[in-house]
Each structure stands twice: as structure tokens, then as C-alpha cells.
Design a protein around this ligand. Sequence first.
Ligand code: ADP
Length: 324
Amino acid sequence: IKKIGVLTSGGDSPGMNAAIRSVVRTCAFHNIGCVGIYRGYQGMIEGDFKEMGPRSVNNIVNKGGTILKSARSMDFKTPEGREKAHKNLVKAGIDALVVIGGDGSFTGALLFNSEYDFPVMGIPGTIDNDIYGTSYTLGYDTALNTVVEVIDKIRDTASSHNRLFLIEVMGRDAGHIALNAGIGAGAEEILIPEEDLGLDRLLDSLRKSKAAGKSSSIVVISEGDKIGKTVFELKDYVESNFPEYDVRVSVLGHMQRGGAPSCFDRVLASRLGVKAVESLLEGESNYMVGILADKIVLTPLEQAIKGDSEIDTELLRVSDIMSI
Ligand code: ADP
């Protein structure tokens, strides 16, 4: 392998820049070329490339987002699109790819490999932590810290006014952010898609909180929760059962995806980038690099895509005990 292409695809997350930097500098360390591909697979199809040396990634380890930009590409889902992308890579002398993204991006990478026998390596970049084969995805730790900081601030208002706050956090179909940030911020109740607590259980929990003398409450709700109501409908439901409660809704939104990456995410990105490039140089392909038990390991992309990133049920118990 003489030249590696790197791209970021799908939703952005803090730490993607640190991973790009790591890929670029590991290539330089091993005296091979590195090409940045802009706007994910769309840029691959349009030939939007830039050669990247070690100095091209100065001062980005601490920046959120991705300097290579990200995109969702419909064209890459067509054989014609992928053919164009392949031609561009060959023309540019790129002979392996590092794809930083989520399971959709990995699905595209695996398909591309099966059609063109092109070496690919994935780095999990998403705040949702919903990928099998890694205990942490890039950006997850940063997002947790952002969410906890914001809930701390909301709690100031909640306790000053005896209010109940329903706070919706991101996570797609996974409750990792809700569960961990909820425990970290001392939420009274946490609703996640993996566990259908049901509305009765929520009311029950709020009743208990009141009986225990709590005057304000924080309920953290994962956006993918299967409770069958939007967070605003939930507010109406809670108010109709607790007329004495002043219920407020806060949907945290995209602030959760931004900001400077935490030290944990920067270190993780640096480690994953080194492993991704060195694995390609050792002739490996179709893997995702991840972290398990603090070791950087490879998981077949196919498993990373299909497997479930399970919630630790012990965390649910901890949350219950903490909100006594
Ligand atoms: P994420 O990688 O964060 O899960 P997406 O699901 O949006 O984000 O996927 C990112 C991109 O990966 C898509 O815009 C598309 O270009 C490519 N992709 C996703 N699924 C496929 C597929 N089945 N075949 C080809 N490309 C795909």
C-alpha cells in the first residue's frame, strides 16, 4: 500500500478531526501518501481530493466537527456512483481507505470492498455509541460531558422553581447517552429504548420522588424511546396526572454533537487512527478498529454493522438505587 485515502461520513462527531490527524500522521510516519477525501462518499464520486502531509493537520486535535466535511451520499448507493468513486481512487493512486463514520458508512465500505476488492478499514465515529465491537465510539464521551453540563444548568432552574423537566437527548435507537448522562447528572428517571419502562412506571417513579420529599425532578428521555409519545405529549400526560407539577420540556438537539473533543476522545482517536493505518499496511481489510477492555482491537465490519451494542443492565439498577 502506497497511498491511503481518509474520509468522514454520516453524522459528524467530536474527535473526527483528531482521527483524521492521526491517520495523516501515521501515514507520514510510515512514509506513505495520504489523501483527504472531502464530503464522505459524495466527494469520492466527485473526485474532491487533497493530498495531506503531517503539517496539514496542525491545530485540529482540539476541534469539533470534521475539516474534511461530512455528507450523506445517495449516489454511493448506486453501482454507477461506486464505479465513478473507484475510478477516481485509482486515478489518484489511492489503494486503501479509512472510513470514519457509523454503521451506514461501514455498510457502504463493505459493499465497495466486495465489488472492487478495495482494502477498507473503519473507525467508529458517532456520539450515539451504538456500534458493536467497541466500548466507546468517537464523540460519545464528549457528548456525555456536554449533556451532563447542560442538565446541571437546567437543574438550577428546576430546583429554584420546583419544576419537573423532561429532557430529550440524542442516541438514535440506543440509550447509552440517556443512561450514562442521566446517572451522571442525577436524573430521577431515565427512559431508554432498550427497556420499555412504560408510562405507569414513570408516574409511579414521580409519585415516589414526591413522597420522598423531592421538590424538583429531572427525567432524561432518549430520542429513540419506545414509550409511544413525543416528549411534548409526555408533558401533557404527566401534567394531566400531576396537575400540581409545572412540567417543562427541553430538547437538547445538535449542541450534543458539537464542541471540543474531551481528552478521552482525543486519545481514543489517536489510537484508532494508528491502528487503522497500520492494520491496512499489514494487509488487513474489512475491519473496524475499536476499544475493548482498554485494548485497541479489530472487529470484522460485518459484525460491527450487524451486532447490537448492548446496554449494561447493571447501569439501570444503579440508576434506580441512586434515585431512591
Ligand atoms: P452513518 O455512517 O452515521 O450511519 P448513514 O447511515 O447516513 O450514516 O450513512 C452514511 C453514508 O454511507 C450514506 O449517505 C451512503 O453514502 C453510505 N451508505 C449507507 N448505507 C449504504 C448502502 N447500503 N450501500 C451503499 N452505501 C451506503
